[in-house]
Design a protein. Structure first.
Ligand code: SF4
Lengths: 184, 281
């Protein structure tokens, strides 16, 4: 039975043991944004043996390129982008200590295997529900790659950001199981 | 002959960009409601409720429904008795886009070079503009703001006449199957048949402009649309690809004549953030 659970970042192994696919989670704490271009730069840094612009251990990366903030607002609309484009990079970031990813759409087998190895999770946010997601973002600041515009890395302070567990640390895949269940 | 100052077009295009990003069409809402009632999966039902909540908040906060406010695609019907004066028509449309995306706090998602540089143009231009000359002295401007996630799941295939309608249906259903949760289902499936390689894709995109409450005017094609819709929803993909009965809320087909050797088939996938708005000058 699906549960509703609270998660506080940075994540610890114990936090993720109880999570199963289909569970609803509400995330509170600091998370980081990155899309295709930022992922490429992060992976280039790791491959060159250089330091990352933030400590990735136990952290969550949200695949999002937000809309600009209206005056007085922390951020504009901020729903997930499609995750498969990050598949080539995610295993390298998971090896570096990343514990969670938020996006939309299924992940590759390599990423799922890598999540089992690193005891990490993938969370689905609702694509297109970008105003709903923005309500849980209380502060945002660009911490790297300002030149990338919407694709820059932002540090987000979130409160009860709503997601669904799509891949747990045991290798289960909600995309696979959900579709199997309703296929005719 | 009616003279129209191209500068008149700028504020109209600007408003189209902002309004399309915030206000969803009633047809989309009605279809989503209809499917939510029939939906068997509890997660799927809840996702559709969140989509409704998003539509409500978008209007209340005047924030775009989705952070991906898309590439600005324009379909222009230009009356042949119109004489455009005082500047460049295409530039006026681009200026409207520039102003709309800036003042509407919409995301700028265009890069100047598709592969090597990929530098953001920072004002969401250039717009993609398709022009049809029609009788009369008016201009109808239709904006379809198209997100990248669903556009990436689209495809053109040059099929053989021997593949028949069954082959076409299988290809369309398979295209949706391979898309899974990526295009933010519930989706609308746009299908363009005939024309040529390039025209089929344009037909698929244009088919999406038809209201979801309207049936295909040709009953034999309306039947094909119903068949594809049923097959697509039997895939089990469901909202966001997490399983359910609501993968697509509509299938729209547009067809044209084609060469004896050809059977072009294009599928343009549209997400539930189905943004299109028109204005007539
Ligand atoms: S596919 Fe549509 S709903 Fe999903 S992120 Fe893109 S524009 Fe938004």
């Amino acid at each position: 039975m699906a549960k509703e659970l609270h998660l506080q970042t940075p994540l610890k192994d114990d936090d993720l043991k109880e999570l199963k696919i289909g569970d609803k989670v509400l995330i509170t704490g600091i998370i980081y944004t990155a899309r295709d271009a930022a992922h490429k730069r992060l992976v280039d840094l790791i491959e060159a043996g250089k330091e990352l612009p933030f400590d990735i251990k136990g952290q969550i990366i949200y695949f999002v390129g937000p809309a600009p903030a209206r005056p007085g607002m922390p951020i504009g609309s901020a729903g997930p982008t499609t995750s498969y484009r990050m598949d080539p990079y995610s295993p390298i970031l998971l090896d570096a200590g990343l514990k969670g990813m938020i996006g939309k759409g299924p992940r590759s087998k390599e990423v799922i295997d890598s999540m089992i190895k690193s005891k990490a999770i993938y969370l689905a946010a609702i694509g297109g529900a970008a105003v709903v997601m923005a309500q849980s973002i209380k502060a945002a600041k660009v911490i790297a790659y300002e030149d990338l515009g919407t694709e820059a890395i932002r540090e987000l302070k979130v409160e009860n950001l709503p997601c669904i567990v799509a891949n747990d640390i045991f290798g289960n895949d909600l995309y696979d199981e959900g579709i199997k269940k309703y296929k005719k | 002959m009616r003279e129209i100052d191209v500068k008149e077009i700028i504020p109209i295009v600007k408003k189209l960009c902002i309004d399309a990003s915030i206000y969803i069409g009633d047809d989309v809402v009605e279809k989503l409601k209809e499917f939510q009632e029939k939906e068997e999966s509890p997660i799927a039902k809840e996702i559709i409720s969140i989509i409704f909540e998003n539509q409500r908040l978008s209007v209340e906060k005047q924030m775009p429904l989705c952070q991906d406010t898309g590439v600005a695609v324009f379909f222009i019907e230009l009356g042949q008795d119109v004489h455009l004066v005082e500047g460049d028509f295409y530039e006026a449309i681009n200026e409207g886009v520039r102003q709309g995306y800036k003042d509407g706090y919409l995301r700028k998602s265009m890069v100047d070079d598709p592969i090597i540089d990929r530098k953001n143009t920072k004002d969401n231009t250039p717009a993609l503009i398709y022009l049809d000359i029609v009788p009369g002295d008016k201009i109808k401007i239709t904006l379809a703001a198209k997100g990248g996630g669903s556009e990436n799941m689209s495809e053109v295939k040059m099929m053989k006449a021997a593949d028949g309608i069954e082959g076409v249906i299988d290809f369309v259903v398979d295209r949706v199957k391979r898309s899974g949760g990526n295009p933010c289902p519930p989706i609308i499936v746009g299908v363009g048949l005939g024309g040529n390689f390039e025209q089929s894709a344009l037909l698929a995109k244009k088919s999406l402009l038809r209201s979801l409450n309207e049936k295909n005017p040709d009953p034999k094609w309306a039947k094909v649309e119903d068949e594809i819709l049923e097959k697509v929803n039997n895939l089990g993909i469901g909202p966001q690809g997490l399983g359910g009965r609501t993968t697509a809320i509509a299938v729209n087909i547009l067809h044209k004549a084609c060469h004896i050797a050809c059977m072009p088939v294009a599928v343009n996938i549209q997400c539930h953030v189905h943004r299109h708005k028109s204005a007539v000058i």
